[in-house]
Unconditional design. Sequence first.
Length: 491
Amino acid sequence: MRAAPTILHLDMDAFYASAEQAAKPSLRGKAVVVGGLGPRGVVATASYEARRLGVHSAMPTAQARRLAPNAAYLVPRFALYRTVSDQVMELLGRLSPLVEPLSLDEAFVDLEAGGVADDAESARVMGEQLRAAIHAVTGLSGSVGLAGSKMLAKIASEEAKPDGLLLIEPGTERELLAPMPVRILPGVGPATGDHLRRAGMTTVQDLAEAGEAELVRLVGRAHGVSLYRMALGLDDRPVVAERDAKSVSVEDTFDVDLHDRVRVRTEVERLAGRCVERLRAAQRSGRTVVLKVRRYDFSTLTRSETLRGPTDDPTVVREAAARLLEAVDTTGGVRLLGVGVTGLADFTQEDLFAQAADARHAAEAEAEAEAQEGTAVDGGTTDTGATVEETAPESAELPSARRWPAGHDVRHAVHGHGWVQGSGVGRVTVRFEEPGDEPGRVRTFRIDDPELSPADPLPLVRDPADYSSWPASLPKSRSGPVSSVGGESSP
């Protein structure tokens, strides 16, 4: 625990939904739900307008539709979210060399390590300035918590939502925590919370009064000791600049169970390609390929194959995933598929050379064997060198088969930039508007209209404020709820 509240936790407010509202003027102030839209879809984020109707993250989309039938339901646009996240993380990096991202929209910052705060007042100023900078650069709001530990800073940001700042003065931690539910503490999920409730412990104060020995008896030594320390407000975890990812993976849940074995293999190959894209974006390579299959009866199987060396080669990962699929029975139907890579390593050029050499040697050996058996084709060139791209290029999709996900960007040759409101029965409905505009007009087209094409997301702020010298030259703080626990409140 620190003597000054110099650990900052930033959590963007309803990030995905807020980004969609900022990008789409017609959705401002309205209920917006972002997530999977199929029968098995799950809510990723809901705007505060939708939350007031009972919608929350991880809820089945079908249930959300019953609670908020008039909300806008959109498919996530991760390209936009990553761009905004990069802008926010760049601002955080100006405050300190110790920034610990937890997700696209959440991070810890050690203000003391950056030399920008050493007491409550300077920490509060930097928190206010950060919120102002984020709003000016991205157009979005974020809530800030400041405390002497990571646990309390995260609790403070949650209490400050939406669009607020809360500072917990050192020495007031136990007073703040005492009446809060046990689920507020890190590591206390539904199962542990229910177990503690049956033991008569529903608040953090109950845990502190129960004592360490009783908590160890209830939940085990490791968890019990940690739980007791957190109940006392004690947390010595440092802000870690590099959170080493253990794996990279992607998965899809299908609206209708897949029974066609060829379709299942095609989906696995597609997921493998997406997985490698993420792997390369992180500038990593991986040694072990993992396949995840959830069958029609909800039974989930995982299979893995460890390669000779780390790779970020899409062909290698696709082929490994396809081999793993051969060992899985999918005759009853498949509802979810996933492909991941573990055993991550920093990308090195030698990895590629080694992998390419292995593939070349294997191909040469196979070609030689076929030549000896007289099975060569096309003037002595065997068919073993054909790649997936050569036999089934992804770019071969016909215009008539285009998919128009709700919420995604499009451009029309005449009407300009817009976004998909919905599609079906051979038609796609588009609202033409851009961030910063007034709500735009709605038009409907055939799904194969040659003048309509997918487009990249537009920046949320057309002319963001220049923060290139920040925080050396501090901007004015923007208005918004700012408060503290154990000290005077700021307006």
